[in-house]
Design a protein around this ligand. Structure first.
Ligand code: BYC
Ligand code: FE
Ligand code: FE
Length: 483
């Protein structure tokens, strides 16, 4: 039905869920709206609120041409509630009810499980904006500044999506949870965000690109799993969120790629062959490759924690209930119930890392983490191609999954980036080789000076190969309001 795939702008909140004839939910959302706007206005520096940003806004949920680009002030961005089109006759793809019709309402027995997953998903979205709040002040170009704000407004829209599900399907406790999403705050002592990685800082643009490459990719994997949900409104919401997610990971991959490229170019121009000749490389005003590797180690390990415990009854229950599936569930050739299936799960036995078969139903998190590892390796390979092409002898790598972990069987273990056990002393001593030190952070921070002239780029990052929406190289992606 055409009417459902077009977005209606006749209510304050653009939507394709028929809000104008759903007074109860519309009222609840309108009540939530001022708190959201206050949160946004307190967060993002005023000069950026007043600036015109060349943003894409979702205007349809059709796969082709869903977005429209235009200059907008961020507080005027139309955060919409958009669900991917309903699939006719859709069936529950996994768990004990596999093959039955999907639910359009919340099944009573799974209500609290569902609510918990939606709240956790919702909690990460504003958290990431909070983590990135200061980066506009040091943007390496207007192109990058625009991409930061594009990601920020879309993470804001993702929050709206979860709030819609809570308000529409979970009554009074849904309303309470929706309020809680604006009360917790990243890094707060009293009311932190729910998952570890979302309370860490994103202090500089290298971290931002690593975060959007690695942590937004956890978002992709989790959204893919929730898109399999037998609760159809959640499935449709996540399916549409995934169309936006691709751009976030693109910004991360190309961002790291542009930094790597610039470093290699500067080394070559200066006749430096040794990538570990750190002082001389840094003196060129670029970030040495070993430091980029350290940031990679940090953000990858933090992101692996987001998959939870390797063996999890929470995950088993959600799968069995048909609430959260596996990555590409429909392409997996099995009974989708996992009654007697096993899956090799990582464990530590006698100071060694082994994989042992466990019931596949309890190993859902482990499996998704394995899928993530494969997915995350792709960009690393492309960064390495660029390094090789530039003639520099260095390769970035994903550290072993057991390195620097805080959740699961490897939590707190002194395991190095190759997966070898060290003594606690040795591990503590060597940690500075693997994770960014304060001095590394200070150096990167020293490069973080804003470049706000159209078509200009900071010296530590190469310009992008193509513009956003095919705009030319000197396009003014943000018309800054300088009060
Ligand atoms: N930090 O049985 P387990 C995104 C807790 S990112 C703190 O393994 P489960 C985005 C866990 O909650 C995607 N606590 O749990 C990216 C549990 O506590 P309770 C976000 C953690 O449920 C960038 C206990 O430990 N979406 O969208 O199997 C920018 C036992 O754990 C952590 C989702 O995550 C942690 N890292 O797995 C913007 C999807 N890990 O309940 C946005 C929804 C575990 O026993 N969430 N715990 O007190 C889930 O699917 C699952 O909750 C998890 C955890 C995969 C996160
Ligand atoms: Fe998101
Ligand atoms: Fe994202």
């Amino acid at each position: 039905m055409a009417a459902m795939s077009n977005v209606s702008y006749d209510t304050m909140i653009p939507n394709n869920v028929g809000l104008s004839s759903d007074r109860r939910v519309l009222k609840a959302l309108e009540k939530w709206h001022p708190g959201y706007i206050n949160w946004w206005n307190d967060l993002i520096p005023q000069k950026f609120q007043d600036s015109l940003v060349y943003l894409r806004t979702a205007v349809s949920v059709d796969a082709k041409g869903w977005a429209k680009f235009d200059y907008v002030k961020m507080p005027d961005y139309r955060w919409g509630i958009l669900l991917a089109p309903q699939v006719e006759d859709r069936k529950i793809p996994c768990g004990e009810s596999t093959g039955e019709a999907v639910w359009q309402e919340v099944p009573g027995e799974f209500r609290s499980t569902l609510r918990r997953l939606i709240v956790i998903q919702g909690d990460t979205e504003p958290a990431s904006i909070e983590q990135q709040r200061f980066l506009g002040n040091s943007a390496p170009s207007l192109y990058d500044l625009r991409n930061l704000f594009q990601i920020n407004v879309e993470e804001g829209r993702h929050l709206w999506s979860m709030v819609y599900l809570l308000q529409k399907y979970f009554g009074a406790d849904g309303r309470e949870e929706a309020d809680g999403l604006l009360q917790r705050s990243s890094g707060s002592e009293e009311a932190p965000r729910m998952l570890g990685a979302f309370n860490e800082e994103t202090p500089d643009w290298l971290s931002f690109f690593m975060f959007t490459y690695f942590t937004d990719r956890d978002g992709k994997m989790q959204l893919e799993s929730l898109a399999q949900s037998g609760f159809d409104p959640l499935s449709r919401t996540c399916r549409f969120m995934l169309t936006e997610e691709a751009h976030h990971m693109f910004v991360g991959e190309t961002g790291v790629g542009r930094i790597v490229q610039r470093t290699c170019e500067a080394m070559k121009a200066a006749g430096i062959d040794d990538p570990y000749d750190t002082d001389r490389i840094r003196a060129l005003g670029v970030i040495d490759l070993p430091t980029i590797q350290k940031k990679l180690n940090l953000h990858y390990s933090l992101s692996l924690d987001l998959f939870g415990q390797e063996v999890s009854t929470n995950a088993a229950n959600a799968f069995n209930a048909g609430i959260k599936g596996r990555y590409m569930e429909h392409r997996i050739d099995d009974d989708h119930k996992l009654t007697n299936a096993t899956y090799p799960v990582a464990r530590v036995v006698d100071g060694k890392i082994v994989r042992e078969d466990a019931p596949a139903l309890t190993a859902i998190n482990m499996r998704l983490r394995d899928d993530y590892k494969r997915d995350a390796a792709g960009g690393v390979g492309r960064w390495n191609k660029a390094i090789q092409k530039a003639g520099v002898e260095f390769q970035l790598q994903l550290p072993h999954e057991a390195f620097h972990r805080h959740i699961g069987v490897f939590a707190g273990q002194p395991i190095d980036i190759n997966g070898d056990f060290l003594s606690q002393d040795e591990f503590t001593r060597k940690q500075t080789d693997w994770l960014p030190t304060k001095a590394d952070g200070d150096f990167i921070q020293s490069l973080m000076v804003p470049v706000y002239d159209a078509g200009e780029y900071a010296g530590w990052i190469a310009p992008p190969k193509v513009g956003i929406d095919n705009q030319p190289g000197d396009f003014e992606y943000v018309q800054l309001h300088m009060a």
